[in-house]
Design a protein around this ligand. Structure first.
Ligand code: NAD
Ligand code: DAU
Length: 350
């Protein structure tokens, strides 16, 4: 089985690549990534020399390149994670999100369709990794199920919703074997420090203000990234073609409560008197169109495929903070921009 994973140098993608390369030594795993600001090959240092792994630098928006790559490599399956993923960036630059998340996805679908049409025994699955944000926002009650109507509010979620629709359209129109999963907020090692949890870990470490949008009352359902990777593994291998699965952590928290918990945990880890870090909390102007609450009903995934999250929030947050505190070089390189040199050292000069 030759599997193309896109976006494998990013946060979630790197955990998925590591899991597949290590767990399935008989698979050949290709990691296709443009290495935008969010892509960092240092995330995969431990597996970069494995014989069943290859990194390919490339842009999914470049249709000619993608077509040629698929013609040459004849992939058996695709797991598609490459995307622009940060809501705040989508508010300032929506077009980049349309290009990568919509056009890039359609380019991959076209190349997959060509392989599938040439030999449908060869190409078995296009797995599209998506988000719960496509469903919009909830009030105090209820949860997103796979039947919830799409109602995206940010340019990011609108672009992901559009890509989901294209994936389903390629199944219904051309018979392409597809599967989609929509996951809640991830956290864990290798998370780019522009997102709430790693941003606050980094700021606490440096005694900088912790910017909380609005009143901090927005609710997110947090899932440890390694649990997302095992869910993707389960869905990739066991799902019914043409179906959708929600993935969530059964772990809803108001932003302000997550940050208070993090402050307390880091008072302890950094040997600061209790209450020190909480003083860094600073309420700032709210995000435009800020969704109030996300909550995932992941019963279908549990009942049909037997997947449940394995890491509690307490354990996951502990492991995450420990990882950031003991990976200073990673954090310094990412915040200084030095990480971009890793590709040149490892691949260009080889
Ligand atoms: P990320 O921003 O950390 O990583 C994205 C990766 O895609 C980077 O390595 C980047 O270099 C690559 N990339 C971007 N544009 C590209 C292009 N044009 N061509 C090739 N590669 C490109 O993102 P993430 O948080 O790891 O999210 C991965 C996927 O999971 C995304 O599709 C996202 O929508 C989805 N998702 C994320 C979360 C979350 O909480 N982070 C939750 C649910 C779903
Ligand atoms: O729900 C899944 C989504 O989760 C993914 O699809 C996205 O790719 C991922 O980035 C994430 O989106 P969010 O917008 O929920 O994540 P973010 O970390 O940006 O924000 C989490 C919450 O914290 C949100 O309510 C906004 C708030 N926030 C965020 C930042 C960066 C703040 O209060 N202050 C901040 O500085």
């Amino acid at each position: 089985m030759k599997v193309l994973i896109t976006g494998g140098a990013g946060f979630i993608g790197s955990h998925v690549v590591r899991l597949f390369v290590s767990k399935y030594p008989n698979y050949t795993i290709h990691n296709l990534d443009k290495l935008t600001y969010a892509g960092n090959l240092a995330n995969l240092k431990d597996i970069e020399n494995k014989p069943n792994y290859k990194f390919i630098k490339g842009d999914i928006v470049d249709a000619e390149f993608i077509d040629e790559l698929f013609r040459t490599e004849k992939y058996n399956a695709v797991i598609h994670l490459a995307a622009e993923s940060h809501v705040d960036r989508s508010i300032t630059n929506p077009l980049e999100f349309v290009m990568t998340n919509v056009i890039g996805t359609v380019n991959l679908l076209n190349a997959s369709k060509a392989l599938y049409k040439s030999d449908n025994n060869l190409f078995s699955k296009f797995y599209h990794v998506s988000t719960d944000e496509v469903y919009g926002a909830l009030g105090d009650e209820g949860m997103f199920t796979e039947e919830t109507a799409y109602d995206p509010h940010s340019p990011y979620s609108a672009s992901k919703a559009s890509s989901d629709h294209f994936v389903r359209a390629y199944h219904d129109t051309y018979g392409l074997p597809v599967v989609i999963s929509n996951c809640s907020n991830n956290y864990g090692p290798n998370h780019f420090p522009e997102k709430l949890i790693p941003l606050c870990i980094n700021n606490i470490k440096h005694n900088r203000p912790l910017p909380i949008y609005g009143k901090g009352e927005n609710v997110r359902d947090w899932l440890f990234v390694e649990d997302h990777a095992t869910a993707i593994d389960t869905i990739f291998h066991k799902s019914k073609l043409g179906s959708t699965y929600n993935i969530g952590g059964h772990n809803e928290w108001k932003n302000i409560d997550v940050i208070r918990l993090l402050c307390k945990l880091m008072d302890n880890k950094l040997d600061r008197p209790e209450g020190t870090n909480e003083k860094l909390i600073t309420f700032v102007k709210d995000r435009a169109g800020h969704d109030m609450r996300y909550a995932i009903d992941a019963a279908k995934l549990q009942n049909d495929l037997g997947w449940v999250p394995s890491v509690t929030f307490e354990e996951g947050l502990n492991r995450t903070v420990d990882w950031y505190l003991s990976n200073e070089e990673w954090l310094n390189d990412v915040t200084s921009g030095n990480y971009a040199n890793y590709y040149k050292e490892q691949y260009v000069n080889r």
